[in-house]
Design a protein around this ligand. Structure first.
Ligand code: G3P
Ligand code: MG
Length: 248
C-alpha cells in the first residue's frame, strides 16, 4: 500500500497544548483528532535515543547543558513539564522505545525527524532505525525525515523501504531536486510560512507530495491547501482540523 499522508500532523505531538515531544503531548494530539504526529529524536551522551528537540536541555527541562554531554541516567531524572505549565509538572523525557509503544497503542502514524546533535548524524540515524526496525511494522504509517542529508543517506542505506522526507530549511536551496533524487525521498517538507506559490508549484511539477511546517494559522493553512500542499505540521491540530472542514 502506498504511503497515505494525512492533511494534519501533530507537531512534536500537540505542542500548543502540552509539553513538546512528551508522551502527554502525543496523547493530547490523539485526543484532538490527529492521526499522525511528528517527533524529534536525538542521542544522549551514551547513545540512548530520546525524543527531544533542542541540542540543549535548558529550554524544556529543569536541567542544563548539552544533551550530547549528558548520560541517560541523568536525563531520565529531569522534569520536562513545568516549563510549560504547572499542570504538567513531573513528566519525563521519553525514550524512543517508550514513545513507539505509545504510538502503537494509539494506532498513530509517525513522522520521525532525525535531529542529531552536531557531529552525530550517522549514529543518531543508525540508533533510531535499529530501534524502529524492532518495533514498527507498517511502512505506510511512517515517514523518516531530517534536515541532515547524511542522516537520510544512512536511512536509505539501512531501511530503503521506509519512506523518507527531505526537510528544506528556511533558506531555499536551488539543488533540492538533486538531493531529493539522490536520497530517493517520498516527500518534500518545507517551511510553510516562508514557501512561495512558485516553489510549491515547482515541487508539484516534480511530482512529490509536499508537507509544510509549522502551520497554526487557519488562513495560512487554507492558502497552502489552495496551492496544492498535501499536509501540514501543526501545534494545534484541532484548530487546523476545523479549517479543513470549512474549506469549500
Ligand atoms: O519536521 C517539521 C519540523 O518539526 C521541522 O522543524 O525545528 O520544529 O523540528 P523543527
Ligand atoms: Mg521537528
Amino acid at each position: 500500500m502506498p504511503l497515505k499522508l494525512p492533511k494534519i500532523i501533530g507537531h512534536r505531538g500537540a505542542c500548543g497544548y502540552a509539553p513538546e515531544n512528551t508522551l502527554e503531548s502525543v496523547k493530547t494530539a490523539a485526543d484532538l483528532g490527529a492521526t499522525w504526529v511528528e517527533l524529534d529524536v536525538k542521542l544522549t551522551k551514551d547513545d540512548v535515543a530520546i525524543i527531544f528537540h533542542d541540542d540543549e536541555l535548558d529550554r524544556t527541562t529543569n536541567g542544563s547543558g548539552l544533551v550530547a554531554d549528558t548520560l541517560y541516567e541523568d536525563i531520565k531524572q529531569l522534569e520536562a513539564g513545568s516549563w510549560f505549565s504547572d499542570g504538567f509538572s513531573g513528566i519525563k523525557i521519553p525514550t524512543l522505545e517508550e514513545m513507539l509503544e505509545l504510538l502503537i497503542d494509539l494506532d498513530l502514524g509517525l513522522n520521525l525527524e532525525i535531529k542529531p546533535c552536531p557531529g552525530r548524524e550517522v549514529q543518531t540515524a543508525e540508533a533510531a532505525l535499529d530501534i524502529l526496525s524492532r518495533y514498527w511494522d507498517d511502512p505506510d504509517k511512517l515517514l523518516i525525515s531530517s534536515f541532515q542529508h547524511v542522516s537520510l543517506e544512512v536511512t536509505k542505506d539501512m531501511a530503503a523501504e521506509w519512506p523518507r522526507g527531505l526537510l528544506l530549511d528556511d533558506e531555499w536551496i536551488p539543488n533540492w531536486k538533486d538531493l531529493a533524487e539522490y536520497l530517493e525521498v517520498a516527500t518534500i517538507n518545507v517551511n510553510g510560512n516562508l514557501v512561495t506559490r512558485e516553489q510549491v508549484e515547482d515541487i508539484i511539477d516534480y511530482g512529490k507530495p509536499i508537507l509544510a511546517y509549522t502551520i497554526n494559522d487557519p488562513q495560512r493553512f487554507r492558502t497552502l491547501q489552495s496551492w496544492g500542499v498535501d499536509g501540514v505540521f501543526t501545534d494545534v491540530p484541532d484548530i487546523i482540523k476545523d479549517a479543513i472542514l470549512t474549506v469549500h
